[in-house]
Design a protein around this ligand. Structure first.
Ligand SMILES: Nc1ncnc2c1ncn2[C@@H]1O[C@H](COP(=O)(O)OP(=O)(O)OP(=O)(O)O)[C@@H](O)[C@H]1O
Length: 474
């Protein structure tokens, strides 16, 4: 049964609305302040919240970010006596689904509930039947992306998948094809990175015999081959501007002419594109065509970075470890809880790809051990853990001598490193902390950094590069 929450400080209004909702067959809870609403949301899920604007404690709008943080799937509808246009715009900007002005009209009220509930049911059905392929994770953020994947798979328009490197854009593109009506037709992948424009034209559009030296026969292009299926353009942000223009024409007209051919070819392919670049900024700089950008925007799936869904880390680890052990000819290993805990503390700039790589490296170190523990992890992850243990998030506190604590030695003879390795790891860890602090204190000035550290410019640049730092990190 659907659940609805009313947040309104007028008990009479609540009673009237509650009776309509209960007659519709839904479960209804009333609370008289935003604070009570937030408390309730910590332990219960609701499908819809009707939120009053003018509450005793202040504006209901101020509660929206926290309400959606606690229950990302909830739909919020304003229910208020305030009909000021500014309030309406602010409410929509804050993400509400609808805005109803009191006194409520019962028909309209019922319609809002029915539509929102229906949409939720359809979304759930679509997500439940989705074939996830290899997509692992159960965080709210990933589940929201899977919902969008399910909706887009049943649609027909172009889809743009965005997200940092290694977040799974290619995995989603393939799953989109496999869940669509086109799944029995071709799925063609084109990596637009470093695709020279001359080669791109003949690859995408095809060519007629004799169109250039070496073209000894007619060749179908990928647009043609993808007819009825899906064309995945990976890293579309890298596509040459000239090709962008031709692509736009193909998307609009579904026809194109292979190089040196007099015949137009019709092709009905579905375009899925992905990028880790900010296309909006590229449009502003004139590096990406705005008309193509608007065409691609019809449906966007934004994949969150792993650090924003670190609830998925354990699931991904447990999924990948057995496969990696098998690939490396090892018995499956047991995993120390602190190992997973330490994985959760890290930022994962390379996202899932980096996580898989770290698991691979850790397994190499643990080759002769039955367990995976934190000492098998690369140094930057162990360092992160030390910072955390010191009660900090990112950096060492002002004036604290962090260096001696950075390198913790394993307790088992099998893991115990030779002195040379231990010394090198300690030096590396110390350098990293030292340079991070130096960068902070130098205010992007190389001469200040050299003066403070006593290092030459050449040596400083060498060390910064070794630790992936830049004076501009400040
Ligand atoms: N949710 C996930 N579940 C399981 N594996 C994942 C997931 N997301 C990513 N991966 C794995 O991480 C690696 C990188 O994924 P993928 O190539 O899809 O990322 P990407 O976003 O396309 O990266 P790039 O922008 O660098 O091309 C692959 O090995 C993929 O299988």
């Amino acid at each position: 049964m659907g659940k609805i929450l009313l947040i309104d400080d007028d008990p009479f209004q609540c009673a009237a609305v509650e009776s309509i909702i209960k007659k519709m067959g839904y479960d209804c809870h009333c609370v008289y302040s935003g604070i009570e609403g937030l408390t309730l949301l910590r332990s219960s899920h609701f499908d819809i919240i009707f939120l009053d604007l003018n509450l005793h404690e202040g504006s209901g709008l101020s509660h929206i970010p926290r309400l959606t943080e606690l229950d990302p799937d909830v739909d919020i509808v304003m229910l208020t006596g305030e009909s000021d246009t500014d309030c309406i715009s602010q409410a929509f900007a804050a993400g509400v689904k609808d805005y109803l002005v009191k006194p409520i009209k019962e028909d309209r009220f019922r319609q809002v509930i029915q539509n929102l509930m229906q949409q939720k049911t359809v979304q759930k059905e679509q997500t439940d039947t989705l074939v996830r392929d290899e997509i692992i994770g159960d965080s709210t953020a990933l589940n929201q992306c899977l919902e969008r994947l399910a909706i887009s798979a049943k649609g027909t328009g172009n889809v743009l998948i965005t997200g940092e490197t290694g977040t799974g854009k290619e995995l989603f593109a393939r799953a989109l094809h496999n869940n669509s009506d086109r799944k029995d037709k071709r799925y063609i992948v084109v990596d637009c990175t470093n695709l020279p424009s001359t080669l791109a034209e003949s690859l995408l559009f095809g060519h007629a015999k004799g169109s250039f030296t070496g073209a000894d026969q007619d060749r179908k292009g990928l647009f043609h081959l993808a007819h009825g299926g899906t064309l995945f353009l990976d890293e579309i942000g890298d596509l040459d501007l000239g090709i962008q223009k031709s692509l736009l024409r193909v998307l609009q007209e579904k026809t194109f002419r292979p190089l040196s051919s007099s015949k137009e070819v019709y092709s009905d392919f579905r375009l899925v594109a992905a990028t880790n670049r900010n296309l909006e900024e590229m449009v502003a700089r004139g590096e990406f065509r705005s008309d193509l950008y608007y065409r691609l925007q019809s449906f966007i799936i934004e994949l969150p970075p792993l650090r924003e869904r670190n609830g998925d880390i354990e699931m991904l680890t447990r999924h990948y470890l057995p496969t990696l052990c098998k690939e490396n000819g090892m018995e499956e290993k047991e995993v120390d809880p602190q190992f997973v805990e330490t994985l959760r503390l890290y930022d994962w700039p390379g996202n899932v790809r980096e996580l898989v790589n770290v698991l691979h490296v850790s397994l190499q170190k643990a080759r002769f051990s039955k367990y995976l523990n934190i000492y098998h992890l690369p140094q930057q992850l162990r360092m992160r853990r030390v910072f955390q243990d010191m009660g900090e998030n990112d950096e060492p506190q002002q004036g604290v001598n962090v260096v001696p604590g950075l390198y913790s030695l394993p307790m088992t003879p099998e893991e115990f490193p030779i002195m040379k390795t231990a010394r090198q790891e300690a030096v590396d860890a110390m350098e990293q902390v030292y340079l991070q602090r130096l960068v902070q204190l130098s205010d992007s000035s190389i001469s200040t950094a050299c003066k403070l550290s006593g290092l030459s410019r050449a040596r400083l640049y060498e060390l910064l590069s070794k630790h992936n730092l830049s004076l501009k990190n400040n």
